[in-house]
Design a binder for this molecule. Structure first.
Ligand code: CMP
Length: 139
């Protein structure tokens, strides 16, 4: 087992539905510890830079519009194998394919509006955490 950190975003749809607390409770219940939390509205530049790997995808414009339409909650989660375990708790990207009991099964409405984001690998987690948090904010 490895102690890891991963970036979590509660996306604008989850915040609009007032589900911040319920989702954080699911994460804490799975021993994922939020060690940094902020609620903010992403700028276009922040969203475009964060999702730069998807720049050529045809859904990129839609993704940036969605991610900037309202506030999000940015979190760094820490725990044993946090990257993989958080992805399991989120469920499949497409909520239609997400398993029962996962965050996306409960709260996501489509592949675009899918409630949460999580880093997919250690290198990505490092980039994504650094994109939104200074080292001094991680307690
Ligand atoms: P996320 O894990 O935040 O990483 C990239 C996001 O792109 C993904 O979640 C989805 O919300 C979004 N995405 C992936 N595929 C599609 C698609 N076909 N149409 C719209 N958005 C998509």
């Amino acid at each position: 087992m490895t102690m890891e950190r991963t970036l979590s975003i509660l996306k604008p749809d989850a915040v609009e539905k007032n589900k911040i607390g319920e989702i954080i409770a699911m994460l804490e219940g799975a021993s994922l510890r939020p060690i940094a939390i902020k609620r903010t509205r992403l700028t276009r530049a922040q969203a475009e830079g964060f999702y730069a790997v998807h720049r050529e995808r045809k859904f990129f414009g839609e993704l940036v519009e969605f991610m900037t339409r309202g506030p999000v909650v940015l979190m760094v989660l820490e725990g044993e194998n946090a990257i993989t375990r958080y992805r399991e708790i989120m469920g499949a990207t497409d909520p239609a394919k997400a398993a029962e009991g996962t965050v996306r099964k409960k709260y996501a409405s489509s592949i675009g509006e899918n409630a949460v984001h999580g880093s997919d690998a250690p290198e990505t987690a490092k980039f994504e955490i650094g994109w939104f948090f200074a080292g001094s904010e991680l307690g």
